[in-house]
Every structure is written in C-alpha cells, then in structure tokens.
Unconditional design. Sequence first.
Length: 109
Amino acid sequence: MVQRVKVYRLNDEGNWDDQGTGHVRIDYLEGSEDLGLIVVDEEEDEFLLKHSVSSNDIYTRQEDTIISWKDPELEAELALSFQEAPGCCYIWDQICEIQRNLHFSSLGG
C-alpha cells in the first residue's frame, strides 16, 4: 500500500520547507536490517527521505494527515503530510508496530 506524501523539513527560521512530493513506504533500509520510512520522489524516482524507525518515542501524529518527528541522525525536525487520512493512519500503525517489535527485541524477546 503506497501513500502519497509531501516531505517537510523545519529550517533555522522556524518555517517548514517543502522537500518534495513522493510515495512513502515502510521497508528495510539498504544494507541494513533496520526497517525505515522511505519516500521516493514521484517524478524523479530519487529518494526524498530514508529514515530508520526509532524505538524512542519521537513521533507525533497531528490532526489526521501529518506525522512529524525530530530525526536524531539528520538533527532536523521532519514531517510527512499525507494526501489522505487513511494513508496517514496506515503508516502510523506501521511505525507503532515496528516500535513494539523493537521494544520486544530489546527485552530479549
């Protein structure tokens, strides 16, 4: 299930910069066993975002169509704005599921 999103990054002035529009999916990051959020530009077929899902509680869901977080690797505030609420809900549920599995693994499960 591929979802259409806009990627935003908070700049130094406190404004959200549009990083592009693409399709988000949850997948294994290249060369890694980590699951991540991957956004591929809808026109250029290039990566707009590769983010390893964190076990830390860094994600916030705003309204019905926005997921935001402070990315520890990029040291930046990022946000995904979904075209449709069900798509946002689907990706949010996937993030929560990955976090549950990461917590379970860290407990020696």
